[in-house]
Design a protein around this ligand. Structure first.
Ligand code: DLL
Length: 430
């Protein structure tokens, strides 16, 4: 049974009625309160009367990250600051952070979205949850904290980092749930092994991982190393943080909290809406947020929507695991490649560790990709001939599967920097 079965299992027609009403409400809300949106609607000559069906959302202007930067910190805020009870932010790679203000109502709704996510992962009030997402401006720490608080779990707010202490606390407090990024989960698993701590002796049962792309192979790797179920959370600061979408026990796509977020998938170049089932850029419109609603926010995340019955009983639309961000796409000899695709091919190779980094360089007019991946200790120690053979094997596998030529550097174990949060997978030297 889901956390909120009225919403999560609602017949489509009913859900879409709610979505349309809330879309129109949001449009009126921002039109009255946010000059940025009012100007855009005026320029396009569009009013709420034009929004007669959900498809009409495509007539509204899109919002991009630069709009948030230009209006930093609070010019997109639709309420006076005295009604704002919390502000989060995401650092991004350059410049000022993107801000996410919340009213009291926004906070309650965020907690509700997170509670659905955690409940779907099988987490219950009696669980001891260790929250190793970073606490602070980042939405991961406090977002998960609030969801677990609504479920009445025992929360251990370790935040990220201090890996040995994480493992000690896991042992001493008998944590049976872990929250962190997938790359940090691997770091913890590896450190535990070095400390000769066996996960079989720990009560850890499930992890809820997200905040960065990770392949299905990586999920399996984590599940095996930790002996747990690895569930997923998806979200972004601009829309609330985690709590936008989550997977259920079926682990086949992420259910979007559709009463809060209206999803579309578009062609990232032309912004043409794509039919359900086609891969493209995810666009999200918030339907209930008050402090900083987002109209058609371009996430830059590449995925596919699927409207199909799920064995869990939820009717909420599903999105595929995110393939990657348009920012991180690499073009090698005309082929578009995402780091997670390379990751999933590396996971097929038994001689390597799940630790890698991609280096992109320019050679003449062409992009060149070098994959630095750690060999397993015995493989690496077996000498240069063995290493060359494994490098060739990986090269052939990647060539065979996606048709591109890459250089492989098999590295010594523990050479690549370990992650405590979002892993940096691409070094762009172009
Ligand atoms: O990463 C929110 C979050 C925290 C989600 C904890 C899940 C767990 P930002 O820092 O604003 O917010 O980064 C948002 O991270 O646009 C995606 O590119 C990426 N991302 C988030 N979750 C996933 C996921 C948080 N499950 C950006 N799979 C998003 C792939 C993800 N990418």
């Amino acid at each position: 049974m889901p956390w909120n079965d009225t919403i999560e299992c609602m017949p489509l027609e009913e859900l879409q009625k709610i979505q349309l009403a809330k879309l129109r409400e949001t449009m009126v809300w921002v039109n009255e309160r946010v000059p940025f949106y009012r100007r855009k609607f005026e320029q396009m000559g569009i009013t709420v009367e034009d929004i007669k069906s959900l498809e009409d959302v495509a007539r509204l202007p899109v919002t991009v990250k630069n709009d948030l930067r230009d209006n930093y910190p609070f010019d997109l805020c639709a309420v006076p600051m005295k009604e704002v009870v919390r502000v989060h932010g995401s650092s991004g790679t350059t410049g000022k952070p993107v801000t996410g203000p919340y009213t009291r109502e926004d906070m309650d709704q965020w907690s509700e979205c997170m509670a659905r996510n955690l409940w779907a992962a099988g987490i219950r009030p009696e669980d001891v949850v260790q929250n190793a997402y970073g606490y602070g401006l980042f939405t991961g720490g406090l977002g998960f904290h609030q969801g677990a608080a609504l479920l009445n779990c025992t929360i251990v707010p370790t935040s990220s980092g201090q890996t040995e202490r994480q493992i000690m606390i896991m042992q001493d407090f008998r944590s049976n749930v872990l929250f962190c990024t997938p790359s940090y989960a691997l770091t913890i698993a590896e450190r535990a092994q070095e400390m000769k701590v066996n996960f079989k002796d720990l009560p850890l049962r499930v992890g809820v991982f997200g905040a960065e792309p990770w392949s299905a192979g990586m999920r399996q790797e984590i599940e095996e190393r930790m002996g747990i179920k690895a569930q997923e959370a998806y979200g972004l600061t601009e829309l609330c943080g985690p709590g936008v979408a989550f997977d259920c026990e079926v682990q086949d796509g992420l259910h979007i909290n559709e009463d809060h977020f209206l999803p579309e998938v578009v062609d990232p170049l032309t912004l043409e809406p794509l039919p359900i089932g086609e891969k493209g850029e995810l666009i999200l419109t918030s339907l209930q947020r008050r402090a900083m609603p987002m109209i058609r926010y371009r996430t830059k995340d590449i995925t596919r929507l699927r409207r199909e019955p799920c064995a869990c009983g939820r009717t909420l639309i599903k999105m595929d695991k995110v393939l990657g961000r348009t920012d991180d796409m690499i073009v090698i000899s005309g082929v578009n490649v995402f780091p997670s695709q390379i990751e999933s091919l590396l996971m097929d190779i038994e001689e390597v560790e799940p630790q890698y980094v991609l280096v992109v360089r320019k050679k003449g007019y062409l992009d060149q990709l070098t994959v630095r991946v750690e060999g397993k200790k015995d493989v690496y120690d077996a000498g240069p001939e063995k290493r060359a053979a494994v490098e060739q094997k990986i090269k052939n596998h990647i060539k065979g599967m996606i048709g591109i030529n890459v250089q492989i550097h098999l590295e010594a174990p523990k050479i690549i920097a370990r992650s405590e949060g979002k892993a940096k997978r691409v070094i762009d030297e172009r």
